[in-house]
Design a protein around this ligand. Structure first.
Ligand code: S3P
Length: 171
C-alpha cells in the first residue's frame, strides 16, 4: 500500500485526518487542493472565480495524476475529486481509498458560516444549507461508496485507518 486517498464530502475532515495519519505513520501528507493552489499560485475560491469550475476540475484531474509516482503518501482529496473525470477509477487503480462517512445533517452544521470558503456553497444561506448538502451528497455518495474502505466518522476513525494501513490490507 503506497498511496492512500481519503475521500468524502466537504467538512468531513479529510485534511485534518490525513495530516494526523501521515504523522503517525511517518508518511507524507498531500493536500490535493493545496497542491493545486501552489501550482496555480491562487487560492481555490479565486480559481473558481477567475477560471471557473470546469478549469478547476481539469487542474484537479492533472494534480491527481501527478501523484502517480509518489510513494508513501496520504492524500486528502477535494470533496468533488472522486466524482469527475474518471477520478474514482484512477484512485481505485492507484492506491487504497477510505471514505470518511458523515451524515448530511452533521456536515451542514459544520459547514455553517464556512460557505464563503467553499465556492460550491458560496451564497447558500444557513437555512438552505442542509437541503443543499443533502442533495449534493446524494449525487456524490455513489462515487464515495466505491472506496475500498468505508469509515464512519468518530473518535476511532484515524486509528482505524492507521490499523488498516499498517496491516497492509489492500484492495
Ligand atoms: C470541492 C471541495 C473543496 C475544493 C473545491 C471543490 C467540492 O475541497 O476542492 O472547493 O467540489 O466538493 P474540500 O472538500 O477540502 O472542502
Amino acid at each position: 500500500m503506497v498511496r492512500v486517498f481519503l475521500i468524502g464530502f466537504m467538512g468531513c475532515g479529510k485534511s485534518f485526518k490525513a495530516k494526523l495519519i501521515a504523522e503517525k505513520l511517518a508518511w507524507t501528507f498531500v493536500d490535493l487542493d493545496g497542491f493545486i493552489e501552489e501550482r496555480e499560485k491562487m487560492t481555490i475560491p479565486d480559481l473558481f472565480r477567475r477560471k471557473g469550475e470546469v478549469a478547476f476540475r481539469r487542474m484537479e484531474y492533472d494534480a491527481l495524476r501527478a501523484l502517480a509516482n509518489r510513494r508513501n503518501i496520504i492524500v486528502a482529496t477535494g470533496g468533488g475529486t472522486p466524482c469527475t473525470g474518471g477520478n474514482m477509477d484512477w484512485i481505485l487503480d492507484n492506491g487504497t481509498s477510505f471514505y470518511i462517512r458523515v451524515p448530511a445533517k452533521e456536515l451542514a452544521g459544520r459547514l455553517k458560516g464556512q460557505q464563503h470558503k467553499r465556492p460550491l456553497l458560496d451564497g447558500i444561506s444557513s437555512t438552505e444549507l442542509y437541503p443543499a448538502v443533502r442533495q449534493l451528497l446524494e449525487v456524490r455518495e455513489p462515487y464515495y461508496l466505491r472506496a475500498d474502505h468505508i469509515i464512519p466518522e468518530g473518535p476511532e476513525c484515524v486509528d482505524s485507518i492507521c490499523r488498516v494501513i499498517r496491516s497492509g490490507r489492500s484492495i
